[in-house]
Ligand binder design. Structure first.
Ligand code: ARG
Ligand code: ZN
Length: 854
């Protein structure tokens, strides 16, 4: 069944209050639900409650058992005569058999929930849609020894012991919320506590709940939480609104984390960290996800989504907010570079492939498939463009208006844009196309200079490509930050301008251009578009040296590398001198922070190079890239060695400066290794052995894992044995091998799937091996198609356990149209095999069938 945005109708019954009573038991949990329901408007339709196959054990209305209910499809239909009733149901569910990890399930012996988007219906009968807002009172009882801790949304109200060995707790959440924000946790957990006092003086008890031994690994998350709370007050004027805020970490989780009101539940990989087990990247991701979920308290919980087509209302905005938070913790430029790299790695291919969809989709089969980079990351770029056009003061006035006007409601993307328009004082009618048109706009830019008149003209043209189901696109509003530089002096020629391109083409004239100009375009990546310019290698090298916008400087370098790599891929060789010189200059520039340098000298990924070509040749791309890596490694060997050395003399500290040094060191180690110098493996091994932190250790392991030196096996063994009981680090062990550039990676990965520590039942582990392998372009697409068959086997096996996670790992197969006929046919055949398999989930079916059609 397909759900269409245009079919939205307000709920016919509202549920202002809910009381739930859980008798918790992993094998058989009893759930009693008591719903106060009120008729919404004048109609005579019965109450319809969503479920997921449970059999109602009892149904009563206003205290009396009724028998005139019926099951229609997945709904429980109860005829009601008055305008307000109390409806009670009871069901039994089995959390320990819930392998989908949606609803109430068991993880590591504890019980927890995940309800977004439609998991609540797997717990009890309810109008499971985000525009039905209720206050929740939750009582739960459980065995006191196995489940000493009982948590739910809101504030704790009462607790006690019963004489049968069980205990109980009652929680009340005063803030009306949709069912997808419901949560409970029962388990044997230890806590790291702190407090935060809000600007208006509310003292909030904070708690991060984990397995007893993991408490020392929660300090970083707790610090990030306090920083987030203060940041949201300062930057958006948003305060927390309950007396408690709890976070629970679980090992089995379908995605990153969940913003349940007052009780966030996290994938443990986004909570647990210490220097010995977590990389700098992990530390940054933890802070970002903690902030993201916390920020949802306003952008998501206080104001939720009217329907799931509006998902980007909360996700795009919240990603934008967490990006701003992270930018403020360290280098904003490096954060922007990382975010754009992520957008290009995940969202651009989505927008260019069979699963392309607008930020506000028109239809879906399974909403879980729409928790995508488009909804999240492109959605965040839309907010960023509006913020750029409004400027900081008016943007803040617009978000204030939005929070004020829609507090306590289920809103739409349109509501948000209308606030931007009203408080920003600009017309966003055409801008709204960003919400409805899929595809990444392409902008072509050429600069013409008339030396005589001192005038330069920037000619811009845009094209929004066709996407499945959408042809004939209208031009969009593209805010492009632009600045000219003098090619001789290196000085800026005038101020930066914000050019708003809203027609198919336009020209911008610059006066008093007294020397040959070089144009810096889309600075800060102000619009999420693909820029095609005729800038020469010389101009790009010039910008890589002189641009005063750090992102544009990085971008010039990347474009220079990309042009070189594409030439090398197509022609088998290329002139690498400009790249070598630009990398050398960047390495030698003492004014640049090391984290920026590390980003700037990193070559575009094999996948990204492939995305630029009409027919992807994975082997040629790999050779071209390795060739350039070797050239850079050899030519600049002393600089790389120096970068490796600096770090060796510093004991670990988690500071922006030291993170930058470590990042550059790992990049440098990769280049030394690429140079083929005889002591490369020894150098990596030395780093591996001497490491006092996971960033250095994993960096060395990554370099070794792509080679054949004896140090490779030794390092993998040492690493495995050292961390055999740490699932998050074992994920790294699997992932590092799946990403290896060795020729035999497909074989090694298939063997690793037989390893006793491998399991598809844990989503992190499945992603670490299967997900990583599928994005290892050369390995996945190795001639013969074994990678495609292996991935498909894994997807089908995983689909029987966990459809959501299976469906999320499918997109690499959907790129089949971009490959040569032999590969394309082999990939297509696997997609056909998936759709022909009886009993597959609608999650996997939607992804595979759309990938075939596209
Ligand atoms: N709202 C959560 C977050 O972004 C993610 C929920 C994902 N749900 C899903 N069905 N994929 O923080
Ligand atoms: Zn979110």
């Amino acid at each position: 069944a397909i759900t269409h945005r245009s079919d939205y109708a307000p709920p016919s019954w509202l549920v202002p209050e809910v009381a739930l009573d859980f008798a918790l038991d992993p094998a058989a949990t009893r759930v009693k639900a008591r719903l106060a329901v009120t008729r919404n408007g004048a109609h005579d339709t019965p109450l319809r409650l969503d479920g997921a196959g449970q059999v109602p054990l009892a149904v009563s209305v206003d205290g009396a058992t009724v028998n005139d209910w019926r099951i229609e499809g997945e709904q429980l239909v109860i005829p009601l005569t008055g305008n307000a009733h109390v409806v009670e149901t009871e069901v039994e569910i089995a959390p320990d058999r819930n392998t989908q990890l949606m609803g109430l399930y068991a993880s590591g012996g504890n019980l927890c929930t995940q309800c977004e988007a439609e998991g609540f219906r797997r717990i009890t009968w309810f109008p499971d849609r985000p525009d039905v807002l209720a206050t929740y009172r939750v009582r739960m009882s459980a065995d006191k020894v196995r489940f000493p801790v009982l948590l739910a949304n809101g504030d704790p109200v009462a607790a006690g012991d019963d004489d049968d060995g069980t205990h109980w707790a009652e929680w009340h959440d005063p803030w009306p919320k949709p069912s997808y924000l419901f949560a409970l946790v029962a388990g044997d957990l230890a806590v790291n506590r702190d407090t935060f006092t809000t600007r208006s003086g509310r003292e909030v008890a904070l708690g991060i709940w984990v397995r007893a031994g993991d408490v020392p690994k929660t300090d970083h998350a707790l610090t990030a939480l306090k920083l987030s709370m203060a940041w949201d007050e300062r930057v958006y004027g948003r305060e927390y609104d309950l007396d408690v805020f709890n976070i629970v970490a679980v090992d089995d989780f379908n995605f990153g984390a969940m913003e349940n009101k007052g009780l966030n539940i996290f994938n443990s990989r986004y909570i647990l960290a210490d220097p010995d087990t977590a990389t700098d990247y992990d530390y940054d991701a933890i802070a970002a996800v903690v902030a993201h979920e916390y920020f949802h308290n306003w952008s998501g919980n206080r104001i939720t989504c009217r329907d799931w087509f509006q998902l980007s209302l909360k996700e795009g905005f919240t990603v934008y907010r967490d990006q701003g938070f992270s930018a403020d913790q360290g280098s904003a430029a490096v954060k922007r570079i990382e975010d754009v790299r992520g957008l290009r790695a995940a969202q651009f291919p989505e927008d260019a492939g069979p699963l392309a969809h607008p930020v506000r989709p028109e239809s879906y089969i399974e909403i879980s498939n729409f928790y995508t980079a488009t909804i999240y990351n492109k959605g965040a770029e839309l907010i960023r463009m509006m913020a750029t056009m409004l400027g900081p003061q008016r943007f803040r006035a617009a978000t204030d208006l939005y929070f004020e006007r829609f507090d306590g409601t289920a809103a739409t993307c349109e509501d948000f844009v209308a606030c931007m328009e009203e408080a920003g004082g600009i017309d966003l009618s055409q801008f709204r196309l960003w919400y409805s048109q899929a595809g990444t706009p392409r902008v072509s830019a050429t600069l013409a200079h008339e030396p005589g008149s001192g005038r330069a003209t920037l000619n811009l043209a845009q094209k929004v490509p066709e996407t499945p189901g959408q042809s004939d696109k209208q031009p969009q509003v593209l805010p492009l930050r632009v600045r000219l530089f003098g090619g001789e002096t290196g000085q800026p020629l005038g101020e930066e301008q914000l050019v708003i391109l809203s027609d198919a083409s336009a020209s911008v004239t610059f006066e008093t251009v007294t020397e040959r100009p070089v144009v810096s375009l889309n600075r800060g990546f102000s619009a999420p578009v693909i820029v095609e310019s005729d800038r020469s290698a010389e101009d790009l090298a010039f910008l890589a040296r002189h641009d005063d916008d750090a992102f544009a400087r990085y971008e010039a370098m990347q474009q220079l590398m990309l042009d070189t790599l594409i030439a090398a891929t197509i022609e088998g060789e290329a002139d690498t001198r400009a790249v070598v010189a630009a990398v050398a200059d960047t390495l030698d520039d003492p004014a640049l922070d090391r984290a920026f340098v590390a980003e700037a000298v990193l070559l575009p990924s094999e996948n990204f190079i492939g995305d630029q070509l009409s027919v992807v040749d994975p082997e040629a791309i790999f050779r071209a890239r390795e060739g350039l890596r070797r050239t850079l490694g050899r030519t600049l060997e002393p600089q790389w060695r120096a970068a490796c050395d600096i770090a060796l003399r510093r004991p670990y500290a988690y500071t922006p400066e030291d993170k930058g040094i470590r990042r550059l060191r790992n990049v440098a180690l990769g280049y030394v290794s690429a140079s083929g110098t005889p002591d490369a493996a020894a150098l990596a091994w030395a780093q591996f052995e001497a490491a006092d932190n996971m960033t250095d250790r994993q960096g060395a392991l990554t370099t070794l894992a792509s080679g054949h030196a004896p140090e490779r096996d030794a390092a993998l063994d040492v690493f495995y044995n050292r961390y055999a009981d740490n699932p998050l680090v074992l994920d790294k062990w699997f992932q590092t091998q799946a990403l290896s550039s060795r020729d035999d990676t497909p074989v090694l990965v298939a063997e690793l799937a037989q390893h006793p520590d491998f399991t598809l039942a844990n989503p992190n582990r499945a992603r670490a091996l299967v997900g990583a392998f599928a994005v290892n372009q050369r390995a996945f697409h190795a001639a013969g198609g074994a990678g495609y068959r292996w991935l498909t086997d894994q997807l089908l096996a995983l689909d029987r356990l966990n459809p959501q996670t299976s469906a999320r790992l499918l997109p690499p197969l959907g790129r089949w149209r971009r490959f040569d006929p032999i590969r394309a046919e082999a990939m297509r055949a696997e997609l056909e095999r998936i759709v022909a398999t009886a009993g597959i989930s609608k999650d996997l079916f939607e992804q595979a069938s759309k990938s075939l059609k596209g």
